[in-house]
Ligand binder design. Structure first.
Ligand code: CO
Length: 445
C-alpha cells in the first residue's frame, strides 16, 4: 500500500506517531502466544497422522481414507493452487532469508560487530515472522503471476490471492481474533491502467481483466503483526515492457540506496533519476516515464502498514534519516500521465485509526460495526469484501459514519489522468543491526 505525500502524509504523521503504536506492539505479543497454541494443535494433527501409519489396520484411527504408503505425512511441496501452510514446508520455523546486503562505508563495521550481532539475535523472532510472511507472499504471488490471465474477473483474482494467503498462513480469519494472528496484511490491490493504487473489487464488481491492461498487484501478508508489503505489475502486451522495466529498476534503486543514516530525500532523488531515464512507446506515441510525485514508500510498524516515515520517489529536501531497526516498504510508481494522482471512484480499502479520540456514536450500526472491525482487524487495513465474508450486511451507512467521525480512515483509489498507464514495484526491507535484508525478494522480482 502506498502513502500519499504532502498534506496526506502530515495527516498520517499525527495519526501514527503516537503512543498507540506501542499498545499495538503489545497486542502482537498476545497474538503470538495464541499463535503458539495454534501451532501445538498442528503438531497434534501431525502426531495423529504419524500415528496412523503403523496402526493403519488397527481399530483406533480409521478416519483417514488414504492408504498410508510409506511416510508421506508432511507435505514437502506446495500445491496448485497454493493451500499448504508454509509452517508445514519449513520445519522448526526456519524460513528462507531474504536477500541480505551488507551496509556500506561508515556502517560496514556492523556486519561483524559483537553488539550489533547480539541486537540482531534478540530480534530473531520478529525477523522469523517477517520471513514467514515473505515466503507466503512469494509462493502466492508466483502462483498468481502464472495463473492470472485476461478474461478473469478482478473478484476471482483477488479471492485467489486471498485464499492462498489465508491457507498458507493457516488462518482463515473467520473467528474473532484469528485474522490478527496471521493472514492478509492489507487487501489485495488490483489497480488497472491509470489507477495506480488502492483499488480492489467491492461486492458485485464485474470488471474483467483485459489483454491491453496494466495491472498493479499489491498485497500484504502478516504474521503476528509483522507485515510484508510487496507489489508487482502485470501486462500482457510487449509495448508495456519499458514501463515495467523503468519501475522495477527504480524500486531496485531505492532498495539499493536505502540504509542506516541515509536521508529519505536522497533515496527519492536516486529513484527519480533512474525512473525518468526511461521512455515507453504505447500505440505509436512515445511517453517519458515519470515518478508519481505524490506517492511514497513508508515505514511499517507492528500491525500498522503506514508508519511515521515516508520515502519520496522524487528528489526531495526531506532530511529524515533511515535508522537501525526500521522496516521500510520501498515502492515506486511510474506513469505515462501527469505523474500525480488524485482520489477517484468508490472506496474499498479502510483501516481503524489507531489513536482516535473517544467519539460518542449515535448510530447503533456504526457502534456495532466498530466493534467488529476492532476485534477482527485491529489496525490492519481491510476492504468491504472482508466484511461481507464475515456475514456483515447493510454496513455502509455505519462504515461511512465511522469514517466521518474520524474513527476509520478511508483509502479511496488513487488515479492519474485518464488513458495514462501506471506501474508499481515494491519490496519490504529490514534495516537489521548487522545487515539490510530485502525480506520480500524472490527470483521473480
Ligand atoms: Co506499501
Amino acid at each position: 500500500m502506498a502513502t500519499q505525500a504532502a498534506s496526506e502524509a502530515l495527516k498520517k504523521l499525527s495519526v501514527t506517531d503516537a503512543p498507540g503504536a506501542g499498545d499495538k506492539a503489545e497486542g502482537s505479543n498476545g497474538a503470538k502466544a495464541e499463535a503458539g497454541a495454534d501451532h501445538d494443535d498442528d503438531s497434534d494433527d501431525d502426531a495423529d497422522e504419524g500415528g496412523a501409519a503403523p496402526e493403519a489396520g488397527g481399530a483406533k484411527k480409521k478416519k483417514k481414507k488414504k492408504k498410508s504408503k510409506s511416510k508421506k505425512k508432511k507435505p514437502t511441496a506446495q500445491t496448485d493452487p497454493p493451500r499448504v501452510e508454509v509452517s508445514q514446508l519449513f520445519p522448526n520455523k526456519t524460513y528462507p532469508k531474504g536477500e541480505e546486503v551488507e551496509y556500506k562505508d561508515d556502517n560496514l563495521f556492523r556486519t561483524t560487530n559483537e553488539e550489533k550481532r547480539h541486537l540482531d539475535y534478540v530480534n530473531n523472532d520478529k525477523t522469523s515472522d517477517f520471513r514467514q510472511a515473505a515466503e507466503v507472499h512469494r509462493q502466492v504471488r508466483q502462483w498468481a503471476q502464472k495463473n492470472i490471465k485476461p478474461g478473469q474477473t478482478l473478484t476471482e483474482i483477488a479471492e485467489g490471492i486471498e485464499d492462498g494467503v489465508r491457507a498458507l498462513t493457516g488462518h482463515q480469519g473467520l473467528e474473532e481474533g484469528d485474522a490478527l494472528k496471521a493472514g492478509m496484511g492489507f487487501p489485495t490491490g488490483l489497480s488497472i491502467n491509470h489507477c495506480a493504487a488502492h483499488y480492489t473489487p467491492n461486492a458485485g464488481n464485474k470488471m474483467v481483466l483485459q489483454k491491453g491492461d496494466v495491472m498493479k498487484v499489491d498485497f500484504g501478508v502478516h504474521v503476528n503483526g509483522s507485515i510484508v508489503d510487496s507489489a508487482f505489475t502485470m501486462a500482457f502486451e510487449p509495448q508495456f515492457d519499458n514501463l515495467l522495466a523503468a519501475v522495477k529498476d527504480a524500486t531496485n534503486t531505492g532498495v539499493r540506496e536505502a540504509g542506516i543514516d541515509v536521508r529519505v530525500g536522497d533515496v527519492g532523488a536516486a529513484i527519480q533519476e533512474v525512473m525518468e531515464s526511461y521512455e515507453v512507446e504505447i500505440n505509436g506515441t512515445t511517453y517519458p516515464v515519470k515518478s508519481i510525485r505524490n506517492l511514497n514508500g513508508h515505514t511499517i510498524l507492528p500491525y500498522s502498514i503506514h508508519g511515521t516515515k515516508s520515502v519520496p520517489i522524487v528528489k526531495s529536501s526531506d532530511q529524515t534519516k533511515m535508522e537501525e531497526g526500521d522496516t521500510f516498504a520501498i515502492e515506486t510508481f511510474g506513469s505515462t500521465g501527469n505523474g500525480y494522482v488524485h482520489e477517484d471512484m468508490e472506496t474499498s480499502h479502510y483501516s481503524l485509526v489507531a489513536d482516535a479520540p473517544n467519539v460518542p456514536l449515535r448510530l447503533s450500526s456504526a457502534k456495532s460495526l466498530l466493534s467488529v472491525i476492532t476485534k477482527q482487524f485491529g489496525t490492519l487495513p481491510f476492504c468491504r469484501r472482508y466484511l461481507d465474508r464475515l456475514g456483515q450486511e447493510k454496513y455502509l451507512l455505519g462504515l461511512n459514519n465511522l469514517v466521518s467521525n474520524g474513527l476509520v480512515e478511508a483509502y479511496p483509489p488513487l488515479v492519474d489522468r485518464p488513458n495514462s498507464y501506471t506501474a508499481q514495484y515494491e519490496h519490504t526491507i529490514l534495516l537489521r543491526p548487522t545487515v539490510k535484508e530485502v525480506i520480500s525478494r524472490g527470483d521473480d522480482y
